[in-house]
Write a protein that binds this ligand. Sequence first.
Ligand code: NZQ
Ligand code: ZN
Length: 381
Amino acid sequence: MNDFVYSYPTKVYFGKGAAEKALKTELAAAGKTILLAYGGGSIKHNGIYDEIVSLLKEMGKTVVDFSGIMPNPTYAKVQEGAALARAKQVDYILAVGGGSVIDCCKIVAAQAKTTKDLWELEFTNRQLPSDAIGLGAVVTASGTGAEMNGGAVITHEEKKMKTGMLAFAPRFAVLDPAYTLSVPQMQVLSGAFDTLSHAMETYFGSSDADNVSDDVALAVMRNTVVNMRRLLADINDIQARGNLMWDSAMAENGILKVGRLTDFQAHQIEHQLGAYTDCNHGQGLAVIHPAYYRHILKDAQAKFTRFGKEVFGVDTAEKGLNALTDFIKECGLPTKLTELTSKVEITPELLHQVADTCNVIKSNPRELSREEIYEILYECM
Ligand code: NZQ
Ligand code: ZN
């Protein structure tokens, strides 16, 4: 274990009726004006919008809508939200959606409090925001775990960069599995694959043996696979959705990362692929992981063997990787880059651009060269 300081900022309300409990407890003393942030409209179709608005109105709040937050939220959308929050003198932000809405709002909350440009502040001046409007997250699509951490993955379209920014974690999170029932099957599975990826990326990052974080990560992986299989049999299995919702939060709330190095190289490649193609995050990871892991299999043989045994019940490192690859196919997730987008043509030139601009992780199992990242991407075509 490396040295660490651990504390937890997000209060979680899980289960049926969680939104009512959370809003009444957390927003009572929060000020009158609430920025209600959401995506492209799913919450208007499934009734969540009406439910939240009527709860807020009942509490005497003034609701300001901030809508249209897109998957892979852009820095321009962040600025739009921050300008609105300032203009309406918002007291609190309620992000209702998946990782994209929650991430966008983390940066809106901080950007609204300063005239400094937060992208410049973080990436040029190497400083982080010091203040933010209070933020609560109501999760409607699980997978990213964004509701329980202070990171936000934002796409800067002009700079062609999709990357993690740091701000503040939501003060509270609502996890009601029923809110996810209207999520389309492919999004449910790609979100759950993202969860699996977070636990794998954390686990493979350290060679420190007998680490309790590894044991917990393997349990989260096993549970994610079991519940994804339950959803393949019955996509409306509410218990499995709930199990996955908590797996999602567990995988990315920092608990698996305590005292250890992490990898997250597959994520860095996917994020930059997203900057160039706007592809779905979990689906991009499903394509990249097997190819990336073929490259590092020999560098983390013991860890792959344990992964194979404990997650898929097979007895060698190689079989563990094959089982992961087969599981991706079993879920019907994409296996080729060309399946990820119809907007952009996947060419060797584009893959070079992605490889040349993505972040390279310097920790375990092994630092990749940009040429090798290109090879990995090329193998995914
Ligand atoms: O926009 P609406 O209409 O709401 O539709 C969304 C969107 O199209 C839909 N959806 C959400 N809840 C729904 C629903 N459809 C029907 N019923 C519901 N209840 O789902 C679609 C995808 O939503 P999105 O928020 O983009 O998905 P996800 O939760 O997978 O978030 C992906 C974003 O999170 C980032 C990703 O890079 C990507 O930008 N990540 C954030 C992380 C973090 N902050 O910790 C970690 C991850 O590694 C990840 O990078
Ligand atoms: Zn992810």
